[in-house]
Design a protein around this ligand. Sequence first.
Ligand code: SAM
Length: 295
Amino acid sequence: RTEQEDIASPKRTNDLLKKHSLVLKKSLGQNFLVDPNILHKIVSSADLDVNKGVLEIGPGVGALTQQLAKKAGKVVAIEIDQRLLPLLTETLAGYAHASVIHGDILKVDLQALFQEQFKDFAQVSVVANLPYYITTPIIMKLLEEKLPLEYIVVMIQKEVASRMSAKPGGKEYGSLSIAVQYYCEPEVVTIVPKTVFIPQPNVDSAVIRLKVRQKPAVEVEDEVFFFEVVQASFVQRRKTIYNNLAVRYFTKETKGQLEAILLEAGIDPVRRGETLSMEEYARLSSCLSKALGRA
Ligand code: SAM
């Protein structure tokens, strides 16, 4: 079998959808990429070669899958919409090392999948044009499961890419920035206009590359508590760190100790959560955990 013609063009994608009588589902985030230049940028920033594996989430009609298969040693794509499977068989004919699994990425046992599919690959990356309605749950699942990933290269909403890569001090910086940067080094690869998709989404997009760290950016004794403190610090963004933490962890009678805890962690109680670095959150969660008798 020979490789199928590349399908990354509006005409070819539309023809294929028509041929299979497929009407796209907005509810599944089905906005298909039809621009070869953007596909090239995504694939090249994943730094693939034949010794590396790729997990793709939501192959759609297979435009990105085809390009990934040209570079990587193995591509496994998970697609929730069963209607796309016959179409994918067609577009991926000729790429024997690319396969599609019907499933929901949020329900798939990724540890087992990695064992089964990628045991022969030292490096595996996730590369995808994500369904935007579940961007954060997907990214958090990939990171929290601590999969042995090299990169996560994904197309997401521009605004979410800004939040993931934000530094302390601005209004985009929040618990998502800290969670992503705890596990990865983010880099926005390119901003993508709505016009390169069929149908066009309502928002602009960006390709972000997350280089997964070998070990987290800061050392914390209790990860669950660390992320809980971060969350609590951003509940009311306009309030001080003191006020947010007082509400979460203290009563009227006990909140007197909080000022001393913050000062012990080297943090001025009148600062807002959005000004604290990850290192400061690590120190704060450690001091708070001891004071609350959790450590
Ligand atoms: N990769 C294609 C492209 O670049 O043109 C399609 C990307 S489209 C933005 C997102 C894809 O994810 C759709 O094919 C959609 O059916 C699929 N999808 C949506 N929810 C999913 C889920 N929970 N698990 C797996 N795939 C999902």
